[in-house]
Design a binder for this molecule. Structure first.
Ligand SMILES: NC(=O)c1ccc[n+]([C@@H]2O[C@H](COP(=O)([O-])OP(=O)(O)OC[C@H]3O[C@@H](n4cnc5c(N)ncnc54)[C@H](OP(=O)(O)O)[C@@H]3O)[C@@H](O)[C@H]2O)c1
Length: 331
């Protein structure tokens, strides 16, 4: 059926400025790492994207390797984009990344200029786009000089294939160096994409300060620890959950749903209910409470999760007492 977006889509979403840039991002962005590949149902993917856009989510995050198979999330996104979103291209921020293994031989992985330039060309073809809004280096490369990787990002902006660039999973010191090189090149780093959740708090030890002082935005990924920080695993592992579906490609598997984790989740769930939220909403709110966070990057397996998660925006302030209780549980 022909897609006509909700006319009031901008009424309930909050948009936050990304660092010192001119760009604003929705407080909630949608990632296509899982549930958008060739192994998944295209109609479900389409319904998720439509509902997200209808809810004011203007940012869709992809990468060359999303699927499985690698590349297929970009292909499926390209199909849906062509059918539904072409008229709305200027209302969308679409990102992609390169940094993980994509093709055989020495030029299909990590951070060389050769790899990044070829990979973005492939991504643009798969998605049927002329340019991406944000192109990321997906993970630091210990062997390629940082200057080469950053020069490749700068080149892609100058070629008009990306409007902005970002880095992902860089530690504070290497992030500071990358940000400084990009600044010298005249293509400021827009954003950093780190893993951050109640269960994974490394960004609090320096990275958020680096981003704050250099005016770079921050968009945390896996904010629900891939679904652990929801109420879904309290009574075992549901068959249709990510932990049971053996998707590979870095997804959680059953042994990560440990009794110790579930115990903490149970206690967090009680706190969330006392705040009038469910645990997924509290876990997202807990990230958005920090003004240094531009947007929180969620993943969903079905449209209802978009509607559910977005309700975190109804309350993302925490009392000190609540924060202390959360810290005590997470210790
Ligand atoms: N830069 C990087 O290296 C990197 C790495 C990983 C991810 N990312 C990005 O971050 C995005 C998000 O990552 P993620 O998918 O791991 O995020 P996440 O939000 O931590 O986990 C998503 C999963 O949580 C469950 N879920 C979501 N909303 C829920 C709700 N309201 N109630 C109950 N369960 C809910 C679903 O699990 P079920 O499937 O079990 O329903 C969903 O698949 C990715 O799509 C990608 O764009 C980037």
């Amino acid at each position: 059926m022909h897609y006509k977006p909700n006319e009031s889509r901008y009424q309930n979403m909050e948009y936050r400025r990304c660092g010192n840039s001119g760009l604003k991002l929705p407080a909630i962005s949608l990632g296509l790492w899982h549930n958008f590949g060739h192994i998944d149902k295209l109609d479900n993917a389409r319904n998720i994207l439509r509902l997200a856009f209808d809810s004011g989510i203007t940012h869709f995050d992809l990468a060359n390797n999303y699927g499985p198979p690698a590349g297929s999330a970009e292909e499926n996104f390209g199909k849906i984009f062509k059918d539904d979103f072409i008229p709305y291209r200027d209302e969308l921020i679409i990102s992609s990344k390169a940094g993980w293994g994509m093709w055989p031989g020495p030029y299909g992985d990590w951070g060389s200029k050769k790899y990044l330039v070829a990979s973005l060309d492939q991504s643009l073809k798969r998605m049927g786009l002329e340019y991406v809004d944000i192109f990321y280096h997906h993970r630091p490369d210990p062997e390629t000089p940082l200057e080469e990787t950053m020069t490749a990002l700068d080149l892609l902006v100058r070629q008009g294939k990306a409007l902005y660039v970002g880095i992902s999973s860089y530690q504070p010191e290497e992030a500071a160096m990358a940000i400084s090189i990009l600044k010298q090149l005249g293509t400021p780093c827009l954003i950093h994409q780190p893993k951050y959740s109640m269960f994974e708090r490394w960004v609090e030890n320096g990275l958020l300060d680096v981003l704050d002082t250099t005016g770079v935005g921050c968009i945390p990924f896996s904010p629900l620890a891939q679904g652990l920080l929801t109420n879904k695993y309290l009574k075992g592992i549901p068959l249709d959950s990510r932990a049971s579906s053996h998707r590979g490609n870095g997804a959680i598997d059953e042994d990560q749903v440990s009794e110790e984790k579930v115990n903490k989740v149970r206690q967090l769930n009680v706190l969330a209910e006392a705040r009038g939220q469910n645990l997924a909403q509290m876990a997202l709110a807990w990230i958005l409470k920090d003004k240094r966070i531009t947007s929180v990057l969620i993943g969903v397996s079905r449209p209802e999760q978009v509607t559910d998660s977005i309700r975190c925006l109804e309350n993302y302030s925490f009392t000190n007492e609540e924060l202390n209780k959360i810290n005590a549980i997470l210790k």
